[in-house]
Ligand binder design. Structure first.
Ligand SMILES: [Fe+2]
Ligand SMILES: [Fe+2]
Length: 280
């Protein structure tokens, strides 16, 4: 195939894809399920990360792929929507496998990313907490209660509180991605409530069910924030707004008590030590 033929074939392909860009992503994926695998290769987890009505074009722009990678992905997506003769896409794009992109954050947003690290240490402990759970003894109930308190005080009030009351206020609250984050936070709160009630009744199975669900929810939630939402917010916020948000974070943290993060870190470190020793 000549270079000229490649270019006109690619133009046709781009035109066909353009018709679908203003449509909700879910609709396009339902029509062309093979798109999902390609989007996943570029860390665009539409199936998992969206509530439903985000537009195809917004998904692409929010992920901010480097231009050459975006071009390559779009060509591959277009080829699913409107297949061209074999070889057209690979000849017209670099077809290099997508690399995991290193994320960089402003100091303001990095504060939240760093808080995710302590929450992830707790998430990593959940299987051990479940394996060793004993709600019939005082000591066993204390471990569960401590874990629930960590979720409620650090992950929710300290961390999600700053996201909801400060950072997210700088964005359109009706935007689907913001609503999806709020919805995850609310689901987390309902797991906490259910675990507290189950602990009172020494109902181990119910605690485990909600703790596992919470672990899966937060793992996915943090990934979405670290990889998609926060980089996008960082690109959208002015320096003035980032500074105002940082001051808001300072104020909120002072109101919650300066000692809270250290206390929570101590709790997690003690639990890590306990389970490291007990597994030896
Ligand atoms: Fe969040
Ligand atoms: Fe977060």
């Amino acid at each position: 195939m000549s270079r000229h033929t490649h270019i006109s074939a690619m133009d046709k392909l781009t035109e066909d894809l353009a018709k679908h860009l203003p449509r909700p992503i879910k609709e396009v994926i339902t029509e062309f399920p093979d798109l999902v695998d390609i989007l996943n290769e570029y860390d665009i987890g539409c199936g998992a990360c969206l509530v439903g009505t985000c537009l195809f074009k917004d998904i692409v722009s929010i992920h901010n792929l480097p231009p050459e990678v975006e071009k390559e992905m779009m060509a591959r997506l277009a080829d699913v929507i409107s297949p061209l003769p074999r070889g057209t896409v690979s000849a017209a794009t670099s077809a290099s496998p997508p690399k995991t992109r290193e994320k960089t954050y402003s100091p303001t947003v990095k504060r939240l990313v760093d808080e995710h690290l302590l929450i992830k240490r707790w998430l990593a402990l959940i299987p051990e907490v479940i394996n060793n759970m004993d709600v019939t003894s005082g000591e066993g109930r204390e471990v569960v209660a401590g874990g629930i308190d960590f979720i409620s005080s650090y992950a929710d009030k300290f961390h999600h509180g700053k996201e909801e009351d400060i950072l997210f206020k700088y964005f359109d609250g009706q935007a689907e991605i913001i609503q999806a984050m709020h919805s995850d936070h609310e689901t987390g709160r309902s797991h906490v409530k259910a675990m507290r009630e189950a602990l009172k009744k020494e109902d181990k199975d119910t605690i485990i069910k909600h703790l596992q669900a919470y672990g899966e929810l937060l793992t996915d939630h943090i990934k979405k924030e670290d990889e998609i939402l926060f980089p996008w917010m960082d690109r959208s916020l002015s320096e003035t707004n980032k500074n105002a948000i940082a001051s808001g974070f300072d104020k909120a943290e002072r109101a919650m008590g300066a000692e809270l993060p250290a206390q929570c870190e101590t709790f997690i470190a003690a639990l890590e030590k306990k389970f490291t020793h007990s597994s030896k």
